[in-house]
Design a protein around this ligand. Structure first.
Ligand code: UD1
Ligand code: CA
Length: 458
């Protein structure tokens, strides 16, 4: 039997944040979600999470995780005290307990798998992950013999200068024989610099205690402050970009782009500098994105080009050209072969195939047929101050420059709207609609005016 416990009760004082540390985001997922993900492959029989600081908030974030048991730790008196809270829920449990620090988010599932099998093969009472770090400041130091047997773990702040020179650090990931751990847990003392109960102190009581050194120290990077958070983000972004490059995506300037874990790319996508993909975004084959784009929770078909634009919660079908400087907002659905150009904002609208809105427009709550041409400066006035209304424009219609379509309004097919019109009534198919003041011309007006003024002066 295998139980996994994630320690997530700490406040994370060094983050200086209103958010509990384990809920800080990293490439779109919280630290604690990442930690949980890393052990999913092991299919544990029990999954427990020790919560304390802002417990409700942490529980709410993870409410959808199936089979997760929350254990409250109150007050939060150290990692040893956190694991003591498991004595009751795990009473009579037989097997291994895998303990994961909630602030070590980059662990690879394969590494945990290796830890577990090494532990089972060796028959140790505890096996823990270790890493040699160029800068071990802040981490507990592992004192071990050449066979890998751990004598003791001493926290950074409890080390003397000599001990601090040891660069073998504790990753905060442990595989315990639960029965043996349960026997020594009640004996922990708080005789240390922080006056807390340390889980690490159990290791000296458990024989044999073994450590397993990870090859890639970034995997066990812990997050206590914003600098470490930024470091882990950089490591994760690098992993994601490498993955997608291996899958056939070209990045002109990889380091300037960021991805979310759920971003998916087709083949032969070209990503220019300064592009950011967030949420569940998919990008089809042969797309060309950037420079300078933010694309969030959106789906792009094949061969779409997006330049200097912001897309959120939108769908764009194959062959569309978006930008430069377009803004596609929530609920936008653009069919194939459309062009949405300079300073055009589209919100909650559907555009049929081959539509063009090339300059300075706002389309909100609109439904366009196919091959509609939206003239420069066309605005759908969708808000009457209280409610939003729909604008419907039939296929093949054209709006002149600076038209205002006051919703609710329906234009039939093949309608032409004269430039500068403000339309408030429906227009039938095939009609020309004009809604503007007739042009007035007063000949010789300038000369007449000059004469009048001279008369006044004289
Ligand atoms: C801990 C280890 C240290 C190791 C480092 C690796 C101890 C005593 N020290 O130090 O040897 O090198 O992790 O990153 O374990 N937590 C609780 N309840 C508490 C206190 C903490 O649940 O009362 C949780 C925190 O939310 C966090 C984890 O335990 O997720 C680790 O706590 P933290 O205070 O960050 O320990 P470190 O000082 O980093
Ligand atoms: Ca930590």
């Amino acid at each position: 039997m295998l139980a996994v416990a994630v320690l997530a009760a700490g406040k994370g004082t060094r983050m200086k944040s209103a958010l509990p540390k384990v809920l800080q985001p990293l490439a779109g997922a919280t630290l604690v979600e990442r930690v949980l993900d890393s052990c999913r492959l092991l299919s544990p029989d029990r999954q427990l999470m020790v919560v304390g600081h802002q417990a409700e908030r942490v529980e709410r974030t993870l409410a959808r995780v199936e089979g997760l048991e929350f254990i409250r730790q109150e007050p939060q008196n150290g990692t040893g005290h956190a694991v003591q809270q498991l004595l009751e829920p795990l009473a009579g449990f037989e097997g291994e307990l895998l303990v994961l620090n909630g602030d070590v988010p980059l662990l690879r599932p394969e590494t945990l798998d290796k830890l577990l099998s090494r532990h089972r093969e060796s028959g140790a009472a505890v096996t823990l992950l270790s890493a040699r770090l160029a800068d071990p400041t802040g981490y507990g130091r592992i004192f071990a013999d050449w066979t890998g047997q751990v004598e003791a773990i001493v926290e950074h702040r409890d080390c003397n200068p000599e001990q601090r020179r040891n660069d073998l650090t504790n990753a905060g990931i442990y595989c315990f024989d639960w029965a043996k751990l349960a026997a020594v847990l009640p004996q922990l003392s708080s005789d240390n610099d922080q006056g807390e109960l340390y889980l690490t102190d159990t290791v000296a009581q458990l024989r044999p205690a073994m450590h397993l050194e990870v090859i890639d120290p970034d995997e066990v990077a812990g997050i206590n402050d914003r600098q470490q958070l930024a470091h882990c983000e950089a490591v994760l972004q690098d992993r994601l970009r490498r993955h997608w490059m291996a899958e056939g995506v070209t990045f002109i300037d990889p380091a300037s782009c960021t991805l979310s874990e759920q971003t998916r790319f087709g083949r032969d996508v070209l990503v220019e500098p300064q592009c950011h993909f967030r949420g569940a975004t998919t990008v089809g084959d042969g797309c060309r994105i950037g420079p300078g784009c933010l694309i969030e929770d959106s789906h792009l078909g094949d061969g779409v080009e997006v330049l200097h634009s912001v897309l959120r919660d939108s769908r764009v079908a194959g062959g569309c050209l978006i930008g430069p400087f377009a803004h596609l907002r929530g609920g936008t659905d653009v069919a194939a072969g459309c062009r949405i150009g300079n300073f055009v904002e589209v919100k909650h609208s559907r555009l049929g195939e081959g539509c063009k809105a090339s300059h300075l427009s706002y389309l909100g709550d609109a439904e366009l047929g196919s091959d509609v041409n939206i003239g420069a400066g066309t605005i759908t006035a969708n808000f009457d101050g209280v409610r939003k209304h729909r604008t419907v424009i039939g296929s093949g219609s054209k709006t002149g420059a600076n038209s205002v379509l006051v919703a609710p309004i329906t234009l039939g097919e093949g309608v032409t709207v004269g430039a500068g019109s403000t339309l408030t009534k429906d227009v039938p198919s095939g009609a020309l609609a004009l809604g503007r003041a007739r042009q007035l011309v007063k000949e010789n007006w300038t000369a007449d005016l000059a004469r009048q003024q001279q008369g006044v002066a004289g």
